[in-house]
Design a binder for this molecule. Structure first.
Ligand SMILES: Nc1nc2c(ncn2[C@@H]2O[C@H](COP(=O)(O)OP(=O)(O)OP(=O)(O)O)[C@@H](O)[C@H]2O)c(=O)[nH]1
Ligand SMILES: [Mg+2]
Length: 388
């Protein structure tokens, strides 16, 4: 099992955004700001940032050698511990950058994996994250070695999860570990499938959407679930399913799931497939969108793409615009006109929840599913899974 070391001091990070020239500057800045939130969630302090636009990425260092030297100067000036790139780096790019910049080099996927490792709570999510980390690490094993020797004992950001012993083994041992972990996951999955089959007749809605959109807050508002909802990226990793009472006494269940993000590492999506199975088994998908976010439309596209990757095609969807308390009334009126079928709520302010419940009743009727009145849903199917 991966180990999560306690760290004493927050590491200092320099962020590097590299945008191809065809990406608008405003969007490139938003992406870099998001990387800043990721760094913060991982526990780093952002001391500086660099945004470079270039016609194409440099194959050997991504940013080009001149820029790499500039970054190196910034690292020295701030005594920074790590440099986080918003693009994914190949093993050789990391090596070349490390030759110029005397700091730990991380990429976007590395930092996301690190946050997942930090937030994983249940046996299943811990295994899922470890599999994703090992898959990510496999082509970069040499890199892990240099980090460890340099850090001499203290594991920092990007190194959480699989412990030193795994890093010291060769690739074959890592592959063996991956396949063992996958076997464990399959067992957990079987139990889950069996449980799901038992309650098939119930209308099942699943909350999906970009991280921090307010899925868990909405879950709590609709079901009093008591799920953790905080201003943090990837607060939720494990799915929670709770009973949901709809007008007219209809019984339904609602699931809260892991959030999505731009460039979610492919290893993570694959690894979380069983968890996200909750989504592919749902009768209806509620796509929660933070309408106060400047790039909510891009976030909607990203969510749609990930659902596509997960093979979710035929399940009816309802867009739920959340955080309407944060936008002005004119804009809200405009968006209501633009998206006549969507739900508009403030999960935190408990606004629009009755209308949303009504929409769910319609969806429930439409699904032609008759509720099974005497069916007992475990208080938390997932909690029950982890006992024993
Ligand atoms: N102003 C306002 N804030 C909200 C609303 N709904 C949620 N929030 C805040 O948004 C932040 C994220 O909420 P969560 O419910 O944790 O978001 P999530 O979608 O579950 O996020 P992940 O689990 O990280 O994917 C929290 O700080 C909430 O308090 C809302 O309607 N209005
Ligand atoms: Mg959540």
């Amino acid at each position: 099992m991966g180990m999560i070391p306690a760290r004493k001091e927050r590491e200092k990070a320099v962020l590097v955004g590299v945008a191809k020239s065809d990406v608008p500057l405003k969007r490139a800045r938003e992406h870099l700001a998001e990387l800043g939130r990721l760094a913060d969630t991982a526990g780093a302090i952002v001391v500086d940032q660099v945004l470079q636009r270039r016609p194409a990425f440099d194959p050997s260092t991504l940013v080009g050698e001149g820029k790499a030297r500039e970054i190196s100067d910034l690292v020295q000036k701030h005594k920074a511990d790590l440099v986080i790139f918003d693009e994914d780096l190949s093993g050789s790019q990391v090596k070349n950058l490390e030759a110029v910049i005397k700091a730990k080099i991380l990429d976007r996927s590395g930092i996301i994996l690190d946050i997942f490792a930090k937030h994983a709570r249940t046996a299943e999510s811990k295994i899922q994250v470890e599999v994703a980390q090992l898959e990510y690490m496999l082509p970069r094993l040499t890199r892990a070695w240099t980090h460890l020797s340099r850090q001499a004992g203290g594991l920092g950001i990007g190194m959480r999860g699989p412990g030193e012993t795994q890093l010291e083994t060769d690739r074959r041992a890592v592959r063996k570990r991956i396949s063992d972990l996958k076997k464990k996951l399959r067992k957990l999955e079987d139990v889950r499938t069996a449980q799901r089959d038992r309650r098939r007749p119930t209308f099942h809605a699943a909350l999906v959407g970009y991280t921090n959109a307010g899925k868990s807050t909405l879950m709590n508002a609709l079901t009093q679930a008591g799920v953790e909802a905080v201003d943090r990226l990837f607060a939720t990793l494990d799915p929670t399913t709770r009973q949901l009472w709809l007008p007219g006494g209809r019984k339904a269940v609602l699931s809260d799931t892991v959030g999505f993000i731009r460039k979610l590492p492919v290893d993570l999506v694959t690894s979380f497939k069983s968890t996200l199975g909750v989504v592919s088994q749902a009768s209806h998908i509620l796509n929660v969108v933070d309408i106060s976010s400047e790039d909510f439309e891009e976030q909607m596209e990203i969510t749609a793409r990930i659902l596509d990757d997960l093979g979710v095609h035929d399940i009816p969807r309802l867009t739920v615009f959340n955080k309407i308390d944060l936008i002005d009334p004119e804009r809200l009126a405009f968006l209501r006109e633009q998206y006549p079928d969507a739900g508009f709520v403030s999960a935190e302010g408990k606004i629009g929840l009755d209308e949303l419940r009504q929409k769910l009743v319609e969806a429930c009727d439409h699904a032609f599913l008759s509720p099974a009145p005497d069916e007992e849903l475990p208080k938390d199917e997932h909690e029950i899974l982890w006992m024993g």
